[in-house]
Design a binder for this molecule. Sequence first.
Ligand code: FE2
Ligand code: FE2
Length: 331
Amino acid sequence: MVKKNIRLEVMQSIEPKVGEFMDSFLIPIDDIWQPSDFLPDPKSDSFLNDIEQLREESKELGYDFWVTMVADTITEEALPTYEAWLMDVEGVNQHDGKQNGWSKWVRAWTAEENRHGDVLNKYLYLSGRVNMREVEITTQHLIADGFDIGTDRDPYKNFVYTSFQELATNISHKRVGQMAKKRGNALLGKMCTIIAGDEMRHHLAYREFVKHIFGEDPSGMMLAFADMMKKKIVMPAHFLRESGGSIGTAFENFSNCAQRLGVYTAQDYIDILRKLNSYWQLDTVRHLNDEAEKARDYLMKLPDRLQRISERMSFPEDQYHFKWVEANGTL
Ligand SMILES: [Fe+2]
Ligand SMILES: [Fe+2]
């Protein structure tokens, strides 16, 4: 007997709705913002003056800030890894000739995401505050190293991951934007805030996909969610390294930096989990098998458990020195 592939069936049964999801959660290409909307216009007579101003404003921001900006940029620049990964997920099919809805989604999502690395990279280049060559080497390493987020080709796990991760990036871009604005850098503030807006729409879409899967296969979805949380949601840039460094070594130092700056913290991780639990209404999911009941129990208790652990955690204060940024900052 051929074993039924439930995940594939579930993905196929939701697929007719993907067009609607795209209409609700993505913005038509001709209407959405582009990097040029936020950067000095090279055709304008004021171009050089505008760059001068951009560079002046950048001087107000310090070392930790730039390290975080660089790591956020590199994370966005590794988009080829994410698209390749998602295209390989069960039910996403770019080869069937029938314009599979899920592969259209992945392409359209990628196309929106691509603008983030583009605008951030150009801004970093113009700011004069970072060592671009080191940044570029790290980006090339990260794409070459790929990633392993523990989701396999499972759509359920992948959509848990993206639901989580899109909200995490929303938070960090938003905070970076607020900091820039506070320091008088209105342009960078606006740029990061608008990127954060994209991440929020993407988060809303992925959490909707998961909600639909809960409707079709509640036990399978609950088990996949619990499995992802047991492994912990790793960041997409967890393999981050600097020139000459070994795989993953730069990541921990960057996390400490983001934690110190308050851009993305252990508390945010817990808050995201609480939000997901509540949106997916874990407490009211019905028709669970015994194993999935246990998984639900684990997930419902997890935020409080993590909260207790996080209260005991401490983070190193000493600043590791990245090659990306000269330690000449003000913060
Ligand atoms: Fe992004
Ligand atoms: Fe994103």
